[in-house]
Design a protein around this ligand. Structure first.
Ligand code: ANZ
Ligand code: ZN
Length: 817
């Protein structure tokens, strides 16, 4: 009985891999192998690795190791997304510097990754909180700034009262801070933005390149987030206040506008309100400030608003319509004001009902009068009550009215996006300082490239970092006060730091040349490795990180630094690891610790369990899987490898053909299953091969048959992509030296894939009349039909009547006449 000690074997092979450089990607331009880049979303160093990491990296490693076996030059790097709030909060609590907590956790995770046996090229390791890394965030910011793609503006922003910092729109989830869950409020502040809206069209159009390679739901989420709509800008005159433009997707309904609504919190509302209505407006504004956009846009929410005491003039028919302020119109979408068409827009109709405003139908849709039913008719129809548009259909009416508006200078066709510019400044410490110096005479002056990085001061700690609404950096006078690089006068550094999503928007490029000092990355090396063929990570990044990374790539393309426009060819979103049907959490007490699982079952069994549990996209309920069963299977596989009694290099062709057929069918299927990311089914096939080999040893041709060696070697290579340690050990037992990781993936012999056939004897009245070559798995019914269809059998039956057919599939058919 072979004893197998996972811990000893793990340590042995970790050392061996490092020594052999097994997983080092080659940058040698003469290396003839085709390059492939396998990228996992890099971790945040919040503590030790958890079960979720266990899953992503186990899955990513199946692909990386498979490619290595397929002979690719594989880049599979690792690094840490190591700036961010948790480190800062920990530092405040412990009166320490955030770097202490951060780098201690990174070491813990790095050790766990080593133990977990992921095929990383460790020489490319990076940490975004290293000055050598964030220096290039600053350099890139400066390039963006020079092109007008980084700018500062005042406006209403999302503010997390708990974290005391602003948040990007993408970080507000259902009105709450994505990090801490506090209700987000709106504040008027001057902040830095990236002009991602300049790229809205390209972010949308380039998705054509991702069809098929990215999950459809991620593409849909991005499409919605970008939110392109086509419509028209139409200018109304507000009596006594001049022209105001609205955005509408339905200019065809212009004759049906019966009132006008301004966002309660838009400056326009305060500007045009009549004196007698001002107190009412101000009271209302105080209420609206407490609401999130989600609340405001909810169709279920009761409609509220205030009449502003002024009227607007419909540009096409001169009608006077009342102007209201309401919360269901948002200040920062379109123009922050709308023409309300209650007959054909439900929210306008709800508002009209609430305040007893008129409803005018301008589309004949066949449905009943919205004023009566309370249900607006937003669809298609023939135009009525609409002057020159009467009788037209929707599309025709839209182009006609746009033509009329353009001719009169009262409007034009336009495109609108839901996407807002990316708010990137944060009032926190543990991030990349924004490399701008504010000079009273020169304004915003970028720090010259040769003075980068602008390092974080290292004397701030503990309470110095406590949130106070302005960046902790503002308290470091020595750091803040500098000379203006342009005029030499007294000036001050910008004290905000960058959103950490800036760090993760280009880290995958840095991996291609991590030590590079002449720029963020070596353009030539990036050209060779990128785009990353496969990216693996959680779907929670569908609109944040993945949109930002795509945006950065396009800007870098325009800067002439990369020659592609999409960074990730294929994306796989793994499911979550849950327990007892629920997400793991401290409060539920259903947490599972990755380290403990590894201690109990060994790395291979845990990794195999992750991969075998189901399709990679689906959640794994740890209560439903069995690492103990995985461990047992691995022991069986290892025994097969240990018991092979022939020498390496024997001629497989001389081996037992039945076992050879199973082996080659397994190769064929597993290859296709791995290519199609059906890893769990691939593992099931490997289990079948193990059983077939076991049987051949025990009750078949025996352990010395060459086919047994072929099966065992094949099993070792196939299984090594998800159980690396035991297969390395097995490979050694099989008499080989070196790592199994670079052994060529086996190729199925087509001759052995041909389905086996057996000979079936057909008797008529006790005499053999025909022999049929058929599949051994044929059903009795099918075999009976085949036998009766045989010409020889038909001839033998002649005029007789078939009284009975006895089928013993697949060997004999007996026809009684
Ligand atoms: C009149 C109208 C008639 C509209 C109709 C719709 C149907 P999307 O598709 O999302 O771009 N709208 C415009 N600006 C708004 C704002 N700041 N806050 C809330 N709603 C706003 O939506 C565009 C439509 O949403 C516009 O078309 C406008 O209502 C409303 F039968 O104008 B519509
Ligand atoms: Zn100056």
């Amino acid at each position: 009985e072979q004893q197998y000690d996972p811990r000893a074997v793990q340590e042995k092979w970790q050392a061996r891999w490092a020594e052999l450089g097994t997983f080092a990607a080659s940058d040698d331009p003469a290396d003839p192998r085709e390059r492939r880049y396998m990228l996992d979303m890099f971790p945040y160093p919040s503590g030790d690795l958890h079960m979720g990491h266990g899953e992503v990296f186990a899955i990513g490693d199946v692909v990386a190791r498979y490619w290595l076996h397929q002979g690719y030059n594989v880049l599979h790097p690792i690094g840490w997304d190591s700036f961010g709030l948790p480190a800062e909060n920990a530092a405040i609590k412990r009166n320490a510097h955030p770097a202490e907590w951060t780098y201690a956790n990174i070491e813990t995770q790095a050790n766990s990754f080593r133990r977990y046996g992921i095929s990383f090229d460790w020489s490319r390791r990076l940490h975004t909180s290293d000055p050598e890394y964030y220096r290039w965030n600053q350099w890139l910011f400066t390039r963006f700034f020079e092109r007008g793609l980084a700018y500062r503006k005042g406006g209403l922003v999302n503010w997390c009262p708990n974290d005391q910092t602003v948040l990007a729109n993408e970080q507000v989830v259902a009105g709450r801070c994505e990090r801490c869950g506090a209700d987000v409020v709106r504040r008027e502040l001057t902040q830095w933005y990236f002009k991602i809206t300049d790229y809205a069209d390209r972010l949308l159009d380039d998705m054509a390149q991702l069809e098929g390679g990215w999950p459809e739901r991620v593409l849909t989420m991005q499409r919605h987030w970008i939110g392109r709509s086509e419509g028209a800008d139409v200018t109304f005159e507000i009596e006594g206040h001049g022209p105001v433009t609205v955005y509408t997707t339905r200019p065809d309904t212009l004759y049906g506008a019966t009132f006008f609504v301004v966002a309660a919190d838009a400056a326009l509302a305060s500007r045009i309100v009549a004196d007698e209505q001002r107190p009412a407006l101000e009271a209302y504004q105080a209420e609206v400030a407490k609401l999130s956009d989600i609340d405001r846009l909810s169709t279920d929410k009761e409609k509220t608003g205030v009449f502003l005491g002024v009227h607007a003039i419909n540009p096409v028919n001169g009608e006077r319509i009342p102007v209201w302020a309401a919360d269901y119109v948002l200040a920062d979408y379109g123009h922050g004001a709308i023409m309300a068409v209650p007959a054909h827009d439900q929210r306008d109709l709800d508002f009209a009902k609430a305040f007893d405003l008129p409803v005018k139908v301008v589309l004949e849709t066949g449905a009943e009068d919205p004023a009566v039913t309370g249900t607006a008719t937003p669809g298609e129809g023939r135009l009525i009550n609409s002057g020159p548009l009467d009788g037209l259909g929707k599309a025709e009416a839209i182009s006609t009215i746009i033509g009329i508006l353009e001719e009169k200078g009262l409007g034009h066709g336009t495109v609108n996006f839901r996407l807002r510019d990316w708010l990137l400044s944060r009032q926190r410490f543990w991030g990349t300082p924004i490399p701008i110096i504010h000079c009273p005479s020169c304004g915003e002056v970028p720090v010259p490239d040769e003075d980068l990085p602008v390092r974080l001061p290292d004397d701030l700690r503990g309470a110095d970092l406590a949130p106070k609404g302005v960046s902790p950096l503002a308290g470091a006078a020595d750091w803040v006060n500098v000379k203006c690089p342009a005029c030499g006068g007294e000036a001050k550094r910008d004290t905000d730091t960058m959103d950490t999503f800036v760090d993760s928007s280009w880290y995958f490029l840095r991996y291609c040349s991590p030590g590079y000092t002449d720029g963020p990355f070596d353009v030539e090396k990036v050209r060779r490795w990128m785009p990353a063929e496969q990216y693996v990570g959680g779907v929670e990044h569908a609109v944040l990180h993945l949109l930002y990374a795509r945006f950065f790539t396009k800007v870098l393309h325009d800067l002439g630094m990369v020659d592609f426009t999409e960074p990730f060819t294929r994306l796989l979103n793994q499911g979550q690891v849950i327990n007892q049907g629920k997400a793991m959490s401290k409060s539920l007490g259903n947490g599972i610790d990755l380290g403990q699982q590894i201690d109990a079952y060994g790395v291979d069994a845990v990794r195999l369990t992750m991969v075998f549990a189901g399709p990679p996209e689906e959640d794994i309920d740890w209560a439903d899987v069995s690492p103990a069963a995985s461990q047992k299977f691995l022991a069986r596989a290892y025994r097969v490898m240990s018991e092979v009694a022939s020498e390496p290099g024997v001629d497989f062709a001389a081996g037992d053909v039945d076992l050879r057929r199973v082996t080659h069918r397994t190769i064929d299927e597993v290859t296709r299953l791995v290519e199609g990311h059906r890893f769990n089914v691939a593992v099931a096939r490997m289990m079948e091969l193990t059983s077939a080999a076991r049987k051949a040893i025990d009750s078949g041709p025996g352990a010395a048959d060459p086919a047994v060696r072929e099966a065992a070697e094949t099993l070792a290579v196939l299984l090594s992509i998800t159980a690396p340690y035991i297969t390395e050990e097995g490979w050694e037992k099989l008499g080989h030296s070196g790592s199994i990781a670079r052994v060529p993936w086996p190729v199925a012999d087509p001759a052995l894939l041909v389905r086996e056939s057996v000979t079936c004897v057909v008797q008529v009245a006790g005499k053999v009349r025909d022999r049929l070559e058929i599949s051994p798995e044929i059903s009795a019914d099918e075999l009976e039909k085949l036998a009766l269809a045989s010409e020889k059998v038909q001839a033998a039956i002649g005029d007789g009547t078939v009284r009975k057919v006895i089928v013993r599939a697949p060997k004999i058919v007996n026809i009684v006449v």
